[in-house]
Write a protein that binds this ligand. Structure first.
Ligand code: SF4
Length: 198
């Protein structure tokens, strides 16, 4: 499958997830605090290279893939390269500088569910939501185990890996995933015609 087709398939998967998330948040009334970016500061966050392929493809099309790859290669901070805190003194408030092209983990975390060893669904969300919206968080966990539809991490990652097993079934530090996604696109176009520019 060409890179363009993979990117298209990933974007279709992300659109489906967005629609599911919209319904889920409208039903549960769970919400992230405005300006909060705490989940992006997790220094051990992992992702697959495939979920950042649309991001890497976009960078390639605008001629920034090589320069960003070089910056990533010299980037030693374990926090996601794409995260912009509002200041060095307030790391937990900030935003993603490429929100439109964020990965699957970024989209799922907060409102997606995982299954425990007893096959019970549990919302994978942050301590802020658990502490500040405790009643709602508990009600939501109960509701999802009583049939409320919720995006499930393993389902979405399985769908993702079906697009490209090699790139979708490996989980590495998020900055490594960004790096591998760019390398994939650069290698692909090393001997092919450029895609159409946006
Ligand atoms: S890509 Fe954006 S949303 Fe995802 S972890 Fe990095 S900064 Fe956060």
């Amino acid at each position: 499958m060409s890179i363009e087709s993979k990117v298209q398939e990933i974007e279709i998967l992300f659109s489906r997830l967005e629609a599911e998330l919209q319904t889920f948040t409208a039903t549960t009334h769970l919400f992230c605090n405005v300006g909060c970016g705490k989940c992006c500061t997790n220094p051990t966050m992992e992702a697959s290279p495939l979920e950042f392929l649309p991001w890497a493809f976009h960078l390639f099309k605008i001629g920034e893939a090589e320069s960003i790859l070089e910056k990533l290669n010299n980037h030693s901070n374990p926090i996601c390269y794409n995260y912009n805190p509002i200041s060095d003194l307030d790391l937990h408030n900030g935003s993603c500088n490429t929100y439109k092209y964020r990965g699957l983990v970024c989209r799922l975390f907060g409102y997606g569910a995982t299954k425990d060893k007893f096959a019970q669904l549990r919302l994978a969300t942050c301590s802020i939501i658990k502490e500040q919206q405790t009643e709602n968080y508990n009600k939501t966990n109960e509701a999802i185990n009583n049939g409320l539809s919720v995006p499930i991490f393993t389902d979405y990652y399985m769908n993702l890996s079906q697009i490209d097993f090699r790139l979708g079934n490996v989980y590495v530090h998020i900055n490594k995933a960004l790096q591998l996604a760019i390398e994939e696109v650069l290698q692909y176009y090393a001997y092919r015609d450029f895609p159409e520019v946006e």
